[in-house]
Design a protein around this ligand. Structure first.
Ligand code: GTP
Ligand code: SPV
Ligand code: MN
Length: 580
C-alpha cells in the first residue's frame, strides 16, 4: 500500500532514504495485522506470552531498564524564537535540532522494518478530530498504536481527503540515554523521537501530538488540548453530567474516570469517556464540548485491585499488553497492590528479591482498547463530544490543599489551574515525591509558553457566558504517620456529587479567601468510616500556609516576566488581599 497524498508519500520516501530500513509496512489497522505483529514479537522475544487460561491474549514486554518513563529533560520544543517555548519547556533552535536528529536517524533502521502508521485522534468522523502519521521501527509501538488510537485505513482515507496531518518520526535507536531526544516543531507540525521505546516518548499520538502539538494548534484556532479525563456521572434519577478533570501524571485520572460507586451510593453511575487527554471546543451556543482523542488506555498498573478499581482489574484480564510488570509462578502478571499470589520474576526478568526494590516497576503500564472497559461510554465515539458541566484541577499534596473547593468564576479558576502543584511520581524519570508546580497538570505537555497558554484560557471568559464551573480537589492529604486522610477511589464520588450540586446552584457553600468550600454536612458520609473531625480537617483553609503558597505561586509566575496576562496577576492579588 502507498498513499495518494503526495506529501505523505514523499515524506515516507525521504525518511526511508535517511533511515535505510530493510522493508516498509503501511499499517491498515486490521486485527490480522495486530496478530501478525504479536506473533512476530513473540518469535523474537520482544513479547512474552502470559498465562493463556487466566490472562488470554495478554503479553508482557520488558523495556530496557534505562527506558521506563517519560524523559522530561530530553524533551524539547523547537520554536524559531526561544521565548515562544517559554520557561516551561526545554528549547532548541529548529536548525540545530534538525541537524542533531538527522544524524541520529541516518541509517538507524538498517535491517529493520519501517512501519507507516496513519492514525486519527478522535472519532473518525468528528470535525474536532485530527490525524497524524507515525513512522517507527518498533513493532511494539505499532501494536500499542492499534490499541490506543483509531489507526489504519480509515485514518489514511481521512488524511487523503483532508490533506493535512501531523508527522511523527520515531526510532528506538540503540536505547542509549545519551542519544535520546524527543523533539517537537509545532510550526512544522512535526515530532521526532529517538532512543526510547517507552510510552509517551514513543507512542507519538499521545503526549507529543495530542498535547504538545495540539495545545499549540488549539491556541491558534481557539480551542483547548488538555491532560484531562472525561467522565459521565448519572444520578439515581437519570440526570447526567459530564466532568473533565486534570491531575498530573499518576495522580488518579484513570481511577476517577472508571470509578465504581460504593454500596451506600446506590443508583449512581459513572461511565468513562476518556482517561488522559481531552480536546475542548466551544460550540455555536457557547457550550464547551469535549472529545477524547484516544481510543485506548496506557494506564498505571501498580495499585490496581478489586477494591481500588474493579473495572480496571477486570479490563486487563484479557487482550492486554503489560509493560514492566513482574510474573508469578504460573505465569500471570503481578504488581504491587495486586493482593493475590506473589512474584517470582521481577520487571527486569531476574529472580524477585525484595532487596532489589519493587517487583513491578512503579511506572509499569497496561495497554488496552477502551472498548474493554466495563464502564465504557459509547459517547466516546460521538463526533459531537460531550457538554462539560465542571472542570476539576487537582494534585497530589500531603498538606495544604483541601479536599475540594470551587473557583469564584472562570478567571479565578484559571488562577487555581495555574497554581496546581503536585508531588512528582514515577511517570517521569527523576526524583519522586518532590512538590513542584504543575499548572493545569500540563507542565510536561504544554507545547508553548505557559504565559500565553494562561492568556488563552482567560480569553474563553470573553467568548461564552455558559462556561463550566471550575473546582480543585486533593485526594492525597496525609496525617503525620503518612496515612491518607481521605479514603479516595470509589468514595471520591461523594465529592463529585457536591460539585454537581454546586454547578446546578442547588447547595450553599462557605466563602473563603481561596474560593467556596463545602459545609462539612454537605459531603455525604453515609456508609463511610470517617470521623467528622477528619472531614473538618480536610476542609480547613489555613491562612498562614496559604499566604506562603500564594508567595510561592507569585515567585513562580514571575519567571514568566511581562508575558504574564494582567488578569492572572489581578486574580492572584485578589486572593492575597482576601487572605490579609
Ligand atoms: P497517568 O496515566 O500517568 O496520567 O496517571 P493517572 O492520572 O491516570 O493516575 P492513575 O489513576 O493511574 O493513578 C495513579 C496512582 O494513584 C495509582 O497507584 C492509584 O492507585 C493511585 N490513586 C488513584 N486514585 C487515588 C485516590 O483517590 N486515592 C489514593 N490514595 N490513591 C489513588
Ligand atoms: C503520563 O505520564 O501522564 C502518562 C503516561 O499518561 S505516558 O504515556 O508515558 O505519558
Ligand atoms: Mn497522563
Amino acid at each position: 500500500m502507498t498513499s495518494t497524498n503526495t506529501v505523505l508519500q514523499q515524506w515516507v520516501n525521504e525518511v526511508a532514504d535517511l533511515t535505510k530500513p530493510a522493508s516498509i509496512h503501511w499499517c491498515d489497522g486490521s486485527d490480522e495485522e495486530y496478530d501478525t505483529l504479536i506473533q512476530q514479537m513473540l518469535g523474537n522475544g520482544v513479547l512474552l506470552k502470559l498465562n493463556d487460561e487466566t490472562y488470554p491474549n495478554c503479553y508482557l514486554h520488558r523495556s530496557d531498564p534505562s527506558d521506563v518513563a517519560r524523559v522530561e529533560h530530553l524533551t524539547f520544543v523547537c520554536t524559531p524564537e526561544a521565548p515562544d517555548a517559554g520557561p516551561n519547556n526545554n528549547w532548541m533552535a529548529p536548525d540545530e535540532a534538525h541537524g542533531k536528529m538527522d544524524s541520529l536517524f541516518a541509517g538507524c533502521m538498517q535491517g529493520r522494518t519501517l512501519y507507516v502508521i496513519p492514525y486519527c485522534m478522535g472519532p473518525i468522523d468528528s470535525p474536532y478530530s485530527r490525524c497524524g502519521v507515525e513512522i517507527t521501527d518498533s513493532a511494539y509501538v505499532a501494536a500499542n498504536m492499534k490499541l490506543m488510537t483509531r489507526m489504519g485505513s480509515a485514518a489514511l482515507s481521512r488524511i487523503e481527503r483532508e490533506g493535512t496531518f501531523v508527522r511523527g518520526l520515531h526510532s528506538t535507536g540503540d536505547l542509549n540515554p545519551d542519544r535520546r531526544f524527543i523533539m517537537h516543531y509545532p510550526e512544522e507540525m512535526l515530532i521526532q523521537s529517538f532512543g526510547s521505546g517507552y510510552g509517551g516518548n514513543a507512542l507519538l499520538g499521545k503526549k507529543c501530538h495530542a498535547l504538545r502539538i495540539a495545545s499549540w494548534q488549539a491556541q491558534q484556532e481557539g480551542w483547548l488540548a488538555e491532560h484531562m479525563l472525561l467522565l459521565e456521572l448519572e444520578s439515581p434519577t437519570g440526570e447526567k453530567h459530564y466532568i473533565a478533570a486534570a491531575f498530573p501524571s499518576a495522580c488518579g485520572k484513570t481511577n476517577l474516570a472508571m470509578l465504581i460507586p460504593p454500596e451506600s451510593q446506590a443508583g449512581w453511575k459513572i461511565r468513562t469517556i476518556g482517561d488522559d487527554i481531552a480536546w475542548l471546543h466551544l460550540d455555536e451556543s457557547g457550550q464547551l464540548r469535549a472529545i477524547n482523542p484516544e481510543s485506548g488506555y496506557f494506564g498505571v498498573v501498580p495499585g490496581t485491585n478489586p477494591k481500588t478499581n474493579r473495572n480496571a482489574f477486570d479490563m486487563i484480564r484479557h487482550d492486554a499488553i503489560f509493560t514492566n510488570v513482574a510474573v508469578t509462578e504460573n505465569n500471570e502478571p503481578w504488581w504491587e497492590g495486586k493482593d493475590e499470589q506473589s512474584p517470582v520474576t521481577d520487571w527486569k526478568g531476574g529472580p524477585f528479591d525484595k532487596a532489589n526494590g519493587p517487583a513491578a516497576h512503579p511506572n509499569s503500564r497496561f495497554t488496552v482498547a477502551a472498548r474493554q472497559n466495563p464502564c465504557y461510554s459509547t459517547l466516546a465515539d460521538d463526533p459531537a463530544g460531550v457538554p462539560i458541566s465542571a472542570i476539576i484541577f487537582g494534585g497530589r499534596r500531603r498538606e495544604l490543599a483541601p479536599l475540594v473547593y470551587q473557583a469564584r468564576n472562570w478567571n479565578h479558576g484559571v488562577l487555581i489551574g495555574a497554581g496546581v502543584a503536585s508531588e512528582t511520581t514515577a511517570a517521569a524519570t527523576g526524583a519522586v515525591g518532590v512538590t513542584r508546580r504543575d499548572p493545569m497538570a500540563m507542565k510536561p505537555f504544554c507545547g508553548y509558553n505557559f504565559a500565553d497558554y494562561w492568556g488563552h484560557w482567560l480569553s474563553f471568559s470573553e467568548k461564552s457566558d455558559k462556561l463550566p464551573e471550575i473546582f480543585h480537589v486533593n485526594w492525597f492529604r496525609q496525617d503525620e504517620d503518612g496515612h491518607f486522610l481521605w479514603p479516595g477511589f470509589g468514595e471520591n464520588l461523594r465529592v463529585l456529587r457536591w460539585i454537581i450540586e454546586r454547578c446546578e446552584h442547588r447547595i450553599g457553600a462557605r466563602e473563603t479567601a481561596i474560593g467556596y468550600l463545602p459545609h462539612a454536612a454537605d459531603i455525604d458520609t453515609n456508609g463511610l468510616d470517617l470521623d467528622n473531625e477528619v472531614l473538618e480537617s480536610l476542609l480547613v483553609v489555613d491562612k498562614n500556609s496559604w499566604r506562603q503558597e500564594l508567595a510561592a505561586m507569585d515567585e513562580y509566575l514571575r519567571e514568566y516576566g511581562t508575558r504574564i496576562p494582567a488578569q492572572l496577576t489581578e486574580q492572584h492579588r485578589k486572593v492575597v488581599e482576601a487572605l490579609d
